[in-house]
Every structure is written in C-alpha cells, then in structure tokens.
Design a protein around this ligand. Structure first.
Ligand code: ATP
Ligand code: MG
Length: 356
C-alpha cells in the first residue's frame, strides 16, 4: 500500500473556507477506502504569515515541500500585501522550482448549471497551458529612448524543449483519454519569432510521436471566437502561458464560473510534487461569510487523487459534484442559491457515501 504525504496550504480569504470542505471529502474517502492513506499536513503560509514574518513562506519552504507527494493549495491574496508579493513569493517559486510546466484545466458543462451561452450544453474539453516560460518572463526593462520618451521591452522566452514537453503532455492525455484532436493556439502570423517556433515544435511533436492524433492550429483571436460559437468541437487545447491564461478564464466563464473551476500545476515526470488549486482567488468580497462555493477546491482535490494514481476516487468525487448540481437543491450564491460553504460540502460528502 502506498501512503501519500500531502501538503495543505489553505492560504487566505475563502481559501481557508473551501479547503475545509476538500479535507472533509478526502477524510471521508479515507474512512471508506482502507488502502488510501493520506498524511495531510497543514502549512499556515500566506498573507497572515507574511504580515508576521515578512515572507510568504519560511526560507526553507521549498525544501519542506519537496518531501511531499502533492500540494493541495487554496488561494492567496490580501489587500494588506502587494499582489506581486503574494504571487512571486509563493505560487511562482513553487511552480518554477518543482518544474510544474503543465497547467491543466478541465472545462466541462454541468447539468443544472446554465452556461451564459444559450446555444451549447455539451462542452467538454481540457486546456494544457504552458506554465514555466513564454510571455510571463522577467526579461526586459524600462528605459528612455534618444528623444527621452519612455519605452518598455518585455521578452517572450520560448524554447524547443519547453514547447515539446507541453505538447507531449497534452498529446499523451489525448491518447490516454480517447480524444482524437489537439488544437494549438497560435499567433505566428504576427508574433513571428516565438510563435513560429511554437508552431514548428507542436507540429513535429504531434506528427512524429502521436501520428494517430489530428492537429489543428488556430490563431488565438479566432480561437476565442470559436470557443464562444462552437465550444463543443474542441477536445484538447494546447497553449502558451499567456494564451492559456486567457483561454482558461474564458473556459471557466462558459461553463458556470470560478466557483466550479479546478486546476492542476503538474510536473508530469513526478520528480517533484504537483500542486492542485482552484482557479479562483481569495475573493475578499465574500471572505469570512461562509458562502463561497467549495466545488472548485473539492474538484482540485479530485485532480490530485487522479495524479496520485487513484482515478477511481477522482471519478467518485466528480460524480458526486455532478449529482449535487443536477439535483439543484443545494446551491451556493455564485450559482444562484443561498446555501453555505458547509452545506455544499456536506451534500457532496453525502453523494460520495451513497456510492459505497
Ligand atoms: P485574485 O487576484 O486572487 O485572482 P480576483 O480578483 O481575480 O483574485 P477572485 O478571488 O478569483 O478574484 O474572485 C473574483 C470574483 O468571483 C469575486 O467576486 C468572488 O467573490 C467570486 N468568486 C471567486 N471564487 C468564488 C467561489 N469559490 N465561490 C463564490 N464566488 C467566488
Ligand atoms: Mg484572478
């Protein structure tokens, strides 16, 4: 029997509230599954920690995390701490140090949840966003030109290795999950250096290593329109850091919003721990009221179990979420109801128990 060590970083705001429900679900699964042993350790890192200690995590935070099999993350963000501190001192170091170069986001229609798009109800695709390089680099600078006019240079960094490995991860997923088509988001007609390399590497990787897959390459501006007009025609989308970021929020919006959207930051080689977190932030506007939707966090825990080799349990959790939503009796405010975070967590747990 394999035992797993899970680092739990609930973080700030609603992160703390929704994490309670995810832990509730994991604990119930452990009660039923005698061969599931999760050693969960809560790490009190985040903005409160920063205000007390001057940093978001201890100096040896990454060494501590390295010993875990996975990281379950809530959310961070606090008005008293600058945004770039919360991101660059906690999330970014984890993603970079642990080579979590895949950001995985499922986008799926859910019965009982109305999409703002009236024409579709069978959306089911996943986004593989490149998570370690690309447009989000700190290479560049601000300066003045010869006429003393201010200018800024922001460099995009794309490497053959980086593009090939995200494409491989997306294609692997496609093959394992019976998908036939991979869609690559590009803009090589205008971003002629970086995106041409992107196109070349994506194409070669799919053609050579995954000849059974169909590859389509779509300009990002057209792709966002298609995701609104005919989202059901996509299966696996692979995108650079910036394009993937934008597509992910669009994806979340067309299937019901942030309260339902999980994500995973994955190191596919499993050399380092991967991190599982809801797409949403700490939501200061509703924090402390006990009304946040815990589904995105619970679903993120399901993605974690899948990554740890327990797809069976991940499937149980997602089935429970789908049943709760399709019944529509318990709904939090973001999806049109007035249930509390705890009530939503409890009904998901009930639906899991029903499966035993
Ligand atoms: P961050 O900078 O941390 O990403 P943000 O400003 O993008 O934060 P979020 O915290 O993601 O904001 O929240 C955006 C909006 O969505 C807020 O109005 C928030 O209340 C709502 N929201 C986010 N997550 C949830 C949730 N789980 N349940 C209900 N509402 C949510
Ligand atoms: Mg945000």
């Amino acid at each position: 029997m394999k035992e797993f060590k899970i680092a739990v970083i609930a973080g700030d705001g609603i992160g703390v509230e929704v994490m309670e429900e995810a832990l509730h679900v994991l604990n119930v699964l452990q009660d039923y599954e005698k061969d599931l042993v999760l050693h969960m350790e809560k790490l009190p890192w985040g903005s409160d920690y920063y205000l007390e200690n001057g940093s978001m995590m201890p100096d040896d935070g990454l060494d501590i995390l390295k010993k875990f099999d996975a990281i379950l993350f809530g959310a961070i963000g606090d008005a008293r701490v600058p945004d770039d501190v919360t991101i660059w001192e906690l999330i970014m170091p984890i993603r970079k140090q642990f080579q979590q170069y895949v950001n995985f986001r499922p986008v799926k229609s859910l019965e009982g949840i109305k999409s703002p798009l009236s024409n579709v109800d069978n959306i089911d695709f996943v986004i593989f966003r490149e998570n370690a390089e690309g447009e989000y680099s700190n290479s560049g600078g601000r300066m003045f030109d010869s006429q003393s006019s201010e200018l800024a240079i922001q460099n995009t960094i794309m490497t053959r290795k980086g593009i090939e490995r995200i494409t491989k991860a997306a294609s692997d997923y496609a093959v394992k999950n019976g998908k036939k088509k991979v869609t690559s988001a590009t803009k090589s007609n205008a971003v002629i250096h970086a995106m041409k390399l992107w196109d070349e590497c994506v194409k070669q990787t799919v053609l050579i290593d995954f000849p059974e897959l169909q590859l389509e390459s779509v300009y990002i501006d057209a792709l966002v329109a298609y995701l609104v007009q005919r989202p059901h025609t996509f299966e696996v989308v692979v995108a650079s850091n910036l394009f993937g970021d934008i597509l992910s929020d669009l994806g979340s919006a067309i299937v019901g919003g942030l309260g339902l959207s999980p994500s995973a930051n994955i190191n596919p080689e499993k050399k380092f721990p991967s991190m599982f977190e809801p797409v949403h932030g700490s939501a200061p506007d509703i924090a402390g009221k006990g009304i946040a939707n815990p589904i995105a966090q619970v679903w993120s825990a399901a993605l974690m179990l899948d990554h740890l080799g327990r797809k069976d349990l991940s499937t149980k959790i997602i089935k429970a979420i789908e049943e709760v939503l399709s019944e529509g009796k318990v709904k939090t405010a973001d999806i049109g109801g007035n249930a509390t975070t705890k009530q939503m967590g409890a009904v998901i747990v009930e639906k899991i128990k029903d499966q035993y």
